[in-house]
Design a binder for this molecule. Structure first.
Ligand SMILES: [Zn+2]
Length: 523
């Protein structure tokens, strides 16, 4: 077991009915970068992702395809959701499906406990239900329909009419937790991040919480309520519990205590479920609340939120096939402020690929390795007396390591990348100024040449360690040429202490090859 503290991080579990687009991949990559960073810092890290497979919408889609809902879910998990993780190189430790037996057991245990403790009661419910959202809507969540739905009230998110439903349901006494939640937000100001999402949620809870209907009797694709099998558990209540059932809630206390509480990375549109309903559920069960709920922004394409239905959905493969997986990961982590909306464009990724990855970083790596190979037959040059310029590189290595590490703790992923990039720029500037190719012409400056290339190589190794969570494939390839041992066992918070191989080996190929203008660039 790693000596560091527990870092349990989760992505939302994705609704199998959707097809993965770059918005899903974005959440996965951000969570994966955080997990990789913590893992490489020695924290006891666990990255959970998975799929949400119950609910009326899935039942309807499956029925329309003449298959059972489980068959439909199996197909989507196998053909879309697991492949997504491979497409963007996610190193998750677990993948949970809400149809897993371990999950169903945990949900029933949890529900029974709340029922026994008097926190669940039976009542009558009537409301406007959006099948797309899988939730009842309040009047303020509805807007006037347009086009075919003119004259009707429609869901603001789906632009489709809602259904008026009346049913006998079980209710969770969420209203009991209004004050405890407000106290939580007050005493743990970083519980919800960023600030914009936090403010919205605090305002929402201050307006008052109603008890939450948590069962449905109108369809049966879900987990049965343990004391009344005519009811299945409401899909959100079911889904949220994945975060505890995956780490052994109710069945493996040792593992549960080791992992829980988690840090949840979610899109801001579902932050409310995670920062209101979920902690209320946990408090009701006497469990610790999550460490953090971070609601990231939306990816916009042409200024619009991406979605399959609005035809702005871009499959991650469209990007990775052109630019590669590392560039995908790098681009979204660098170009978009984590926590704010960000616009995707082919022009932007193309420009950054060329300027930052190919010219800035890739070229730097090949030049340093090529010069050491050429002037020293690959043997790592011995560093002699240091000038101010050499010391400045060393200081930059230490500073960016500390700053990037601190940025990761603040979920400022884009800031961590841009901080690390200061070292790329510093090394490029250093080589331009020191002109090792000039020093190489004169035997009298041989020692100075060794110090310059030795210093550049040290900086490059530090860079490789720091970039490995973001661009794991390129970092690994580069490490094979210059480093010793496993790249991922180099402590990232002490990146500058990396151990060099006795001799560098030429790179097998360019890290970020030149790309012909992609045809998809018209999108
Ligand atoms: Zn809706």
């Amino acid at each position: 077991m790693p000596a560091g503290e527990s870092f349990y991080i989760t992505t939302p579990i994705f609704y199998v009915n959707d097809v993965p687009h770059i918005g899903h991949a974005y959440t996965e990559v951000a969570s994966d970068v955080l997990a990789r960073w913590h893992r490489q810092r020695g924290d006891d890290t666990w990255l959970l992702t998975g799929t949400d497979e119950h609910g009326q919408k899935i039942l309807r889609t499956a029925t329309s395809h003449d298959v059972t809902p489980k068959e439909w879910a199996d197909k989507l998990v196998e053909e879309s959701w697991i492949p997504l993780l491979e497409t963007v190189n996610i190193r998750n430790d677990d993948f949970i499906r809400t149809t897993d037996a371990r999950h169903e057991t945990g949900v029933q245990l949890f529900l029974q406990k709340l029922y026994d403790d008097g926190l669940i009661y039976q009542g009558e419910f009537e409301g406007f239900y959006c099948v797309g959202c899988e939730e009842y809507k309040q009047a303020s969540d509805l807007v006037d329909g347009t086009g075919p739905f003119e004259g009707q009230q429609v869901c603001a998110i789906h632009s489709k009419p809602v259904e008026l439903l009346k049913e006998s349901n079980y209710f969770f006494r969420m209203s009991d937790f209004e004050q405890p939640l407000l106290d939580l937000y007050e005493s743990q100001p970083d519980f919800i991040q960023p600030e914009s999402v936090r403010n919205e949620i605090v305002q929402f809870v201050k307006q008052g919480l109603r008890d939450l209907s948590i069962s449905r009797a109108s369809f049966d694709w879900g987990i049965k309520v343990p004391w009344d099998d005519k009811h299945v558990v409401y899909v959100w209540f079911d889904a949220l519990l994945n975060y505890v059932t995956a780490v052994g809630y109710g069945v493996d206390d040792e593992n549960f205590d080791r992992r829980w509480p988690a840090t949840h990375i979610v899109g801001k549109d579902i932050a409310r479920f995670h920062a209101v309903i979920w902690p209320a559920m946990l408090m009701a069960a006497g469990l610790p609340v999550p460490k953090h709920v971070f609601g990231h922004g939306w990816l916009l394409v042409g200024g619009e939120k991406m979605s399959k239905s609005k035809l702005t959905g871009i499959a991650p493969q469209q990007i990775t096939e052109t630019f590669g997986v590392d560039a995908f990961r790098y681009y979204f982590m660098r170009a978009i402020t984590f926590g704010q909306d960000g616009n995707f464009s082919w022009e932007d990724i193309s420009a950054r690929y060329q300027a930052e990855l190919a010219n800035g970083f890739g070229n730097l790596a090949s030049r340093i390795i090529a010069m050491i190979t050429r002037y020293f037959d690959g043997t790592v040059p011995v560093i002699g007396d240091l000038t101010e310029a050499d010391l400045a590189i060393r200081e930059t290595e230490l500073r960016v390591t500390a700053d990037a590490d601190a940025a990761i703790d603040r979920f400022a992923i884009n800031e961590a990348v841009s901080t690390v990039w200061e070292l790329v720029d510093a090394l490029n500037g250093y080589i331009t100024e020191q002109e090792p190719w000039v020093l190489a012409k004169n035997e009298a400056t041989r020692d100075r040449l060794a110090t310059v290339l030795g210093t550049a190589l040290r900086g490059l190794g530090t860079l490789t360690v720091l970039l490995s969570p973001f661009i794991p494939d390129a970092a690994h390839k580069l490490w094979e040429s210059i480093g010793q041992g496993e790249l991922t066992s180099q402590n990232i918070d002490r990146a500058a202490e990396w151990s060099a191989a006795p001799a560098v080996v030429p790179l097998p190929s360019t890290l970020f090859p030149r790309i012909e203008q992609p045809e998809v660039a018209t999108a």
